[in-house]
Design a protein around this ligand. Structure first.
Ligand SMILES: CC(C)(COP(=O)(O)OP(=O)(O)OC[C@H]1O[C@@H](n2cnc3c(N)ncnc32)[C@H](O)[C@@H]1OP(=O)(O)O)[C@@H](O)C(=O)NCCC(=O)NCCS
Length: 171
């Protein structure tokens, strides 16, 4: 069985995250191919605020992905759909290009959502806003139980609002 471990990112993760973000398959969608210094500042900034939590994901003892969890009420996404104050959002990037397209993304997203819903009892929805052209991302979110709730016109992209609602059993 695949076992993921999610931990908060710290500034010393910046070299690895910066490297992941410059990989073509990530950079194309994240547009955050920043320097190590800028990533260290970004992690410090996020960790100090209420908006988002940067995380590093380990798979079988190897760090392989970056996840940002964010509170929609503090995010620009709140302007684009009728959000609930307890909605959380997720951004994801598997840094190692040899590990994409093998079903890991959907498994990771399922586990991330399970963790959010378990640790945030007031949260009933986790959302994402992948670019409509990012087929692997849209498919991975769908395979992880997110439903396509239509298109959103964001400043830099047309996105798909993907929503995973807490199930009756989970409630
Ligand atoms: C998005 C991401 C997390 C998905 O993880 P993954 O492990 O690659 O996803 P999965 O293997 O679970 O699923 C990928 C799906 O896309 C499909 N796919 C992969 N490459 C594709 C392509 N070039 N064109 C069309 N479909 C493609 C796969 O067939 C699979 O769908 P299916 O099994 O339903 O047919 C990962 O690809 C990634 O980190 N990409 C770079 C960063 C990124 O785009 N992040 C998302 C921003 S919202």
């Amino acid at each position: 069985m695949t076992t993921f471990a999610l931990r908060p990112a710290v500034p010393s993760d910046a070299p690895r995250i910066a490297l992941w973000m410059t990989q073509p398959h990530v950079r194309r969608w994240w547009h955050q191919g920043w320097s190590v210094e800028r990533w260290a500042q970004e992690i410090t900034r996020q960790a100090a605020g209420e908006h988002s939590m940067p995380c590093v994901v380990t798979l079988d003892a190897e760090e392989f992905a970056y996840v940002e969890l964010y509170r929609v009420r503090h995010d620009r996404l709140a302007q684009y759909y009728p959000y609930d104050a307890e909605d959380w959002g997720v951004h994801v990037a598997i840094g190692d290009g040899t590990r994409v397209g093998r079903g890991l993304g959907r498994q990771l997203l399922r586990e991330v959502v399970d963790t959010v819903l378990r640790t945030e009892p007031a949260c009933t929805r986790v959302v994402a806003e992948p670019d409509i052209e990012n087929t692997p991302s849209v498919r991975a979110f769908a395979a992880a139980g997110f439903l396509n709730r239509g298109e959103l016109q964001l400043p830099e992209k047309t996105a798909v609002l993907m929503v995973r609602t807490r199930t009756v059993q989970e409630a």
